[in-house]
Write a protein that binds this ligand. Structure first.
Ligand SMILES: [Zn+2]
Length: 250
């Protein structure tokens, strides 16, 4: 059983028995990986603070054939966001929200390098202290796009015709884009202006996007589109979202 080494982000951990933890990681070359950290709940654990959310680590683990749960051997901190998360409740709840989204949407043991880069870029934006809700809308939309759920508004999903840039698109519940003729004006309307904001969002780094003065109603509409798709895909609300919402309206 060879030792597998990779860079990874810690997403979340759960207590397992008295001394152990189950940890969920986003690894660079194996996608989402769940593993057992033996002894991680002990006070003098060799894992120290390496298992805090969104700590970037060098992870070493063993995987037995036919088993999803790996056995974590080493976990060394490359870059920690723990202090920021511990200091500031908004960042902490943004972290739990992002971790829940990643845990829910990613299959196990399937590499997705662009997704890994999305997490790196989003954390950079959070470190830069740009607008947090704008950054999260960017993260949600990109995540949904990379797992194939975010609509491509350039074509109608019903008649397959091209929808020109100056037209509105009408989204069905699950996010399918429809032209005005097929949508019959029903569904969530995305006008030309909002479409161009979305197009731009998919072209730039999250820090650049979050520094832009995007109209608040556009940001909240992007949030509505994302959340409609998320709820439809998961068939439920996300636990971490209600806390985040309370904070952002406080
Ligand atoms: Zn159509």
């Amino acid at each position: 059983m060879p030792l597998h080494k990779t860079e990874a982000f810690v997403l979340r951990t759960y207590a397992l028995k008295e001394a152990d933890k189950i940890c969920v990681f986003l690894t660079k070359d194996q996608g989402k990986v769940r593993g057992v950290a033996h002894g991680a709940r002990k006070i003098r654990s060799r894992f120290g603070s390496a298992l805090e959310p969104f700590t970037e680590v060098t992870l070493g683990y063993f995987q037995k054939e036919g088993r999803d749960l790996v056995s974590i051997s080493t976990c060394d901190i490359l870059r920690s966001h723990f202090e920021r998360g511990a200091r500031d409740v908004e960042t902490a709840s943004a972290f739990s929200y992002m971790a829940e989204l990643l845990t829910e949407f990613l299959p196990e043991h399937e590499a997705n390098e662009r997704l890994y880069r999305l997490v790196v870029a989003t954390l950079e934006a959070i470190e830069d202290q740009v607008d947090l809700s704008q950054t999260l809308r960017y993260f949600e939309a990109w995540l949904l796009r990379l797992v194939g759920f975010f609509p491509d508004t350039s074509h109608c999903a019903v008649c397959d015709s091209r929808i020109s840039d100056d037209e509105s698109v009408f989204l069905a519940n699950e996010g399918a884009p429809r032209c005005a003729a097929c949508g019959g004006g029903k569904g969530f309307s995305v006008d030309a202006e909002l479409r161009s904001v979305i197009d731009e969002m998919f072209r730039v780094h999250p820090t650049t996007f979050a520094r832009k003065r995007v109209r608040p109603d556009h940001i909240s509409k992007i949030g509505e589109i994302n959340y409609q798709i998320i709820r439809h895909a998961l068939e439920r609300d996300l636990r971490s979202r209600s806390l985040l919402k309370q904070l952002s309206t406080a």
